[in-house]
Ligand binder design. Sequence first.
Ligand code: AMP
Length: 283
Amino acid sequence: MSGAEKNRPESVLLRTELNDLSGNPRKLLNCAAKMTATKHDRNAWFKGGTAKCEVTLAPGARAYRMVLLGAPGVGKGTQAELISERLGPCQLSTGDVFRAAKTLDASERTPALNAALDFMKQGKLVPDETVIGIVRERPSCLRCPGGFLLDGFPRTVQQAEALAGMLKDLGMKLDAVLSYDLPIDQIVSRLSGRRTCGGCKAVYHVTTKPPRVADMCDLCGGKLVVREDDRPEAIRVRMEAYEKSTAPLADYYRQRGLLMSIAAEGSPEDIYKRTAAALAARP
Ligand code: AMP
């Protein structure tokens, strides 16, 4: 493993290797080894079906089962990584499953998955049945002894109801729903300035987290690109989709006593501190 790879967070390692799944058997083996060796093993989440993980809960630790809510660009993904690193639950992002699927050969994708990727490319929400099907195929993630942190799912009330049904069948309960709030002008500025490495998928921002060399990844030297769904036309569609479908989720979870609203202003560390304090203050 190179020095740069060693310093990369697990989620970046995983995404890098997934990008290479299509052609290189050696990379595939390395990928499987890394995924089973890491504390936040997301093998079952990415592969679905009968894929197994090796996650164990540290003695004395508690397993958090949580959902993260917030418009695109509020920094949910960064908080998910921090919470996962510090409190233990695996970050389970449905967006990551779709992005990983993009790297598969067309012949390996189901028609539903191909259709899902088309919706995603336009910044639209993937139909509920497809997303619910993807989560339903991964029951071991919902009953994982290390807990879970759903990021990007549910996004509609229908998805939330489906999740409630799945958890009930498994005899599990949600501990909390963390909702990150940020004014819309700040959201648009965060998203339009975001740059992603085409190679290792590390994330930068033109003003708040610029790379050392313009348009080049500090970690792997890859070219930085604007993610398809971060283009201005897609941002607009995503914000509309969020307002229409996702905002009512906050009410759904508020009515069930699970919603915790967290101001998403400031640095990732500031936001994490608010999150940890809110969780600690729960009855
Ligand atoms: P994200 O990384 O969570 O922003 O997701 C990227 C894209 O994947 C979204 O813009 C949607 O097209 C699709 N997607 C991810 N999760 C869901 C979901 N729960 N429901 C519908 N579409 C989703």
